[in-house]
Design a protein around this ligand. Structure first.
Ligand code: HEC
Length: 197
């Protein structure tokens, strides 16, 4: 059985493939495929403008990243419309994390608020905690953040969950399910299939 680091590296590669796949010639070959998304670099500054303090620096295949290359949100229409990753992250958070961290990342008596914890937490640090877990041995009650390194329902959606929580942490979106979202990118669906296999 591969160690967690190998699995993580594998998933991370699958994530990176998202952009590469759509750009490849195969994506354009089938006339039945949905029309291609705008190519990388074709987004104007206006397309990248987001509500909230963090502004995306780049858009590739429906995924927005900041100046450091970390995943970030694209929120428009006064917090009502979100990018696909934020929407997906909301759904994945709600099935895998909500039981301990509470609705909308607000925290519970058992686990800390992720709205607070995400402030200033970069993607690499976040991914490390999710895949490896975390244990507070000093707490009077033993607090355990489980390791999700072997759980594809979490690992295949790591950027999504980070993006959603970042939007919550930045105050770019409020509580509850986002009202509207950008379409699911074709490249996302491909990478998702590959990762979940
Ligand atoms: C079984 C309960 C449980 C589940 C499920 C759970 N967590 Fe946690 N999580 C915790 C606890 C408890 C801590 C605090 C651990 C500590 O203090 O060392 C924690 C800590 C964290 C931290 C670090 C916070 C900080 O301040 O450093 C992050 C980030 C996090 N969780 C994200 C997630 C995400 C994302 C999910 C869903 C994929 C998730 N957790 C699912 C219990 C859980």
């Amino acid at each position: 059985m591969p160690c967690t680091a190998d699995v993580l590296a594998g998933f991370a590669r699958a994530g990176l493939v998202i952009g590469i796949l759509a750009a490849g010639p195969a994506a354009a070959a089938n006339p039945a495929d949905p029309p291609p998304q705008p190519a990388q670099g074709s987004a104007s500054a206006g397309d990248l403008k987001s509500d909230g303090p963090t502004q995306p620096a780049k858009l590739q295949d429906g995924q927005y990243t900041d100046a450091n290359g970390d995943p970030t949100y694209h929120v428009t229409e006064g917090g009502k419309k979100v990018d696909w990753y934020t929407m997906s992250g909301y759904l994945r958070y709600s099935s895998n994390c909500i039981v301990c961290h509470g609705p909308d990342g607000m925290g519970s008596t058992y686990a800390p608020s992720l709205v607070d914890a995400l402030k200033g937490m970069d993607y690499a640090h976040f991914a490390g905690i999710i895949s490896g877990g975390k244990k507070d041995v000093n707490a009077s009650q033993e607090l355990v953040m489980p390791a999700f390194g072997d759980n594809r329902n979490v690992m295949c959606y790591m950027p999504d969950i980070y993006t959603y929580l970042r939007a919550r942490s930045d105050g770019a979106i409020g509580r509850n399910r986002p009202a509207e979202h950008e379409p699911k990118p074709a490249a996302f669906a491909k990478a998702e299939d590959a990762c979940m296999k």
